[in-house]
Design a protein around this ligand. Structure first.
Ligand code: UD1
Length: 423
């Protein structure tokens, strides 16, 4: 297995190009199942999660051609398709559950494995399935698979009140509703930019959707959707991650393609921490205002709040900030797995349930560390940029799920970083 070695202490300078959003692309790709005509995504990120979604959609009958080194994904799903999403692929990635809504809308039935690692029952997909049931589907769980069937072979519009603004459930229901009979209203919908991006693409395909980006989304079902070409929105999580690099390492970095509206809550915290973020013609430029950044408290929330997917990276920064910061994780129960690894690098962190208290230290120390999940792994690389000596981040397959060529992007702005291929 590959590992990444970072030698800390080099200030950064230059530009980093931000890719298209992984989480947007993973929702946009299943939209190909809604139409017989081609759907082409441009600005797609080159990531292993995209390969997994490609594999899943191909197993269902989609034809997918990857062009321009993966930046363009041309998809088309005509004729008869397979409606069973197999555990062997679904288990690799929770976002595989986004084929359920489109399959049900197109064929009136679907069998989709529950994503692996989830506690079966109350939590994993209840918001998705409750919504689809409101639209006239019957859904049974058998042998780890959700067996879904629309009454009369076609979903019908419904008013759906989400108990929580789930991103995936909003995407699944929105896609399902585009081909349903009548009008669907989603109350307490997620407002993430990836939802707006999906709605924009679906409108290009002929869907009638209003209110995306607000808490109430209205979808008027249509008989059929056509083809479209759609550029994937900028990855706000990759953007936030690279914005933190010069804060931790020193120097100045311009994130090309970055937009303030995608990271407003995060940029506000950086400002409070003594970091300057300026809008340029091509993106966002980030540097420390004075010396060390200062402590700041952070609570993760659904968009437009501080994103849970930037919590680990923010913690890495706060480990070297001046003072004591409190981080509260409100979206996921167990998302401080990076804390013990950062402690191995000399950080002072105390975790109690969903709260972590970080007391900044002047300098962390390089150490061999283990990536436990996608965002945790990049937080260890960020920490390594400022640590004394060498940090070896192992198990980087997590990283490759969500960051394209991290070593090239950071290396190009002056970081001492390399990938060591595993045996
Ligand atoms: C998406 C993102 C992920 C991000 C998360 C929260 C993708 C591919 N992934 O994940 O990177 O961290 O949003 O911003 O876009 N929940 C339920 N029942 C459900 C669905 C969710 O209880 O039916 C819970 C989850 O366990 C979790 C919370 O709601 O605690 C948030 O989940 P959700 O917004 O659905 O996240 P995902 O769409 O899975």
């Amino acid at each position: 297995m590959d590992s990444i070695i970072v030698k800390g202490g080099k200030p950064l300078s230059g530009q980093i190009h931000i890719a298209g959003a992984k989480n947007a692309a993973l929702a946009l790709m299943p939209a190909t199942l809604l139409s017989e005509e081609p759907l082409t995504l441009t600005n797609a990120p080159r990531l292993s999660d995209i390969k997994t979604m490609t594999e899943l959609l191909q197993s269902l009958g989609a034809e997918i051609t990857s062009m321009q080194d993966g930046k363009v994904q041309a998809m088309s799903t005509h004729g008869t398709i397979n409606t069973t999403a197999d555990y062997d692929i679904v288990r690799k990635m929770r976002a595989s559950n986004l084929v359920l809504g489109p399959l049900l809308a197109r064929e009136g039935h679907a069998v989709v494995s529950l994503p692996g690692g989830c506690a079966i029952g109350a939590r994993p997909m209840d918001i998705h399935t409750d919504g689809l049931e409101k639209m006239g589907a019957s859904i049974d769980l058998k042998d780890g698979y959700l067996h879904a069937k629309a009454a009369g072979g076609k979903l019908k519009g419904a008013v759906i009140d989400f108990p929580f603004a789930s991103v995936g459930a909003t995407e699944n229901i929105m896609m399902a509703a585009t081909l349903a009979k009548g009008t669907t209203v989603i109350n307490n919908a997620a407002r993430e930019p990836e939802i707006v991006d999906l709605a924009t693409c679906l409108r290009r395909m002929g869907a009638q959707i209003d209110g995306d980006g607000t808490a109430t989304i209205t979808i008027q079902g249509v008989d059929r959707l056509g083809g479209a070409t759609h550029p994937v929105v900028t990855d706000r999580i990759e953007l936030g991650t690279y914005m933190l690099a010069p804060v931790i390492a020193g120097g100045e970095v311009e994130c090309i393609g970055g937009r303030m509206d995608l990271v407003a809550a995060f940029a506000e915290k950086l400002d409070a921490s003594g970091v300057s973020v300026t809008e340029t013609a091509n993106g966002l430029k980030v540097a420390r205002k004075n010396g060390r950044p200062t402590a700041v408290d952070v609570t993760t929330e659904p968009f437009p709040g501080f994103p849970t997917d930037l919590q680990a990276q923010m913690m890495a920064m706060l480990c070297v900030a001046e003072g004591k910061s409190v981080l509260e994780e409100k979206i996921f129960e167990n998302r401080f797995m990076h804390a013990p690894e950062l402690v191995r690098m000399g950080a002072e962190i105390e975790v109690h349930g969903g709260t972590a208290t970080v007391t900044g230290v002047e300098r962390m120390k390089g150490a061999p560390v283990m990536a436990t999940d996608l965002r945790a792994s990049v937080s260890l690389i960020l920490a390594g940029l400022a640590a004394e000596g060498e940090t070896q981040v192992n198990r980087v397959y997590h990283l490759d799920r969500g960051y394209e060529h991290v070593e090239d992007k950071l290396g190009a702005v002056g970081a001492d970083i390399k990938r060591v291929p595993g045996s």
